[in-house]
Design a protein around this ligand. Sequence first.
Ligand code: NDP
Length: 480
Amino acid sequence: MQKLKNYINGELVEPISDTYLDNFNPAEGKVYSHIPDSGETDVLAAVEAAQAAFEEWSTLPIQRRSDIMLKIADLVDRDHDKLAMAESIDNGKPLKLAKRVDIPRASANMRFYATALLHFASESHQTDGEAINYTLRKPIGVAGCISPWNLPLYLFTWKIAPALAAGNTVVAKPSEVTPMTAYLFTELCIEAGLPPGVLNVVHGLGTKAGQAIIEHPAVPVISFTGGTTTGKQIASTAAPMFKKLSLELGGKNPNLIFADCDFEQALKTSLQSSFANQGEICLCGSRIFIEQDIYEKFKTAFVEKAKALTVGDPLEEGTNIGAIVSGTHKEKILSYIRLAREEGGNILTGGEQVTVPGRCENGYFIAPTVIDGLDHKCRVNQEEIFGPVVTLIPFKHEDEVIEYANSTAYGLSATLWTENLKRAHRVADQLKSGIIWVNCWLLRDLRTPFGGMKQSGIGREGGWEALRFFTGSKNVCIKL
Ligand code: NDP
């Protein structure tokens, strides 16, 4: 069985303890590889390598830095099919989704920041004829990058690309649940000639390897994407050490459907925003608010479409919904469906585990689930489920739905459907979310700020925001 390795100081190495964790194929429910169970000593070695590489990498001419990153992007494209297959097997997502979204986005992330760094500029200020101020933006040092399992290579590269582009060296830890594509990526970094120590990848448990990265005094900047509870734990460790922190956390995103929307478009896209990637996208709209006048019509059409989705083998072309990422996560989702029943919800479709015959008979599958009859304040409508489960809630007035939408502790993204331009601006302005989509969903421009309000996080990724995050500013004031 394949054993993955850590990537430290330019080499693929075994964990110092020589202990490994099981890595599951969620569609089959069985172990298919082993990953390093890294600990503090592996992290120490990785941080030392990153510290040693910092001087050279941070002073490399930016064109050279850019060229190396572009080379990595090209290699990701060259291995598109292999990486997509690995992502699908490791995560359970449909292969066609990994091919269309995850892997192209990973190379796009590398390419975007490889070219952005060539255009990154800092400010200068003329102070009344008395002085000139100019601001330098310098790389910070060793960046700690920790990413989740839902979009493994996509989110891993979304962090390391700006960190490296800004001139930092990196110690990264992908989710222990989906380590495979980050491992394959390290092979490509070696092939591309990334200097040793510039990127180091330590595999293992969050509470052990991840925590050791956060605690290390020589890692002054941390970029984390994951759950809100983990984010709190990370903040409580990093804040007293005055580390620079970017936290991209959970969501409970509202999807507002007004009666004056383009009905067919709203219906079609809401199906995607509910169930894409098994609902395991932090931006999925899990609470669908529908204006009373079209509630029954939307409900009937939506449930019919949800029923028609094919839950099945992620490697088959016809599959819409693949496997849930792990047995533990499957149980968490099923527990929320039970809670929905206890809270008085009606399960309109789904609500149960699905057995997919053949090689996937022991896999972790859940039918797309649509629930109505729940109050917007109940736990199912307040807590993140992160699976193929959505609730439908009718509303009468604009003010009412804004209150419902803003009623959770989260504020990551929101979607609204209306053909009324004034309403679109008005509602977008009042929704307490970091990202608002009007008449679309997941339409991404990598230059835009990405991140959440309230308990969905601190800081923004994307565009110049990420390059600013991964640099420290220093102002120089010269008296004229
Ligand atoms: P987790 O918070 O469980 O884990 C995220 C990462 O943190 C993993 O690599 C995990 O390792 C690691 N980790 C866990 N504990 C610690 C610790 N104490 N110190 C350092 N690292 C640690 O999230 P999930 O992987 O379950 O991902 C799902 C969550 O991510 C959802 O809440 C989702 O909303 C959120 N998310 C947010 C996004 C955003 O942009 N805002 C985008 C995508 C997802 P291990 O896997 O080994 O536990």
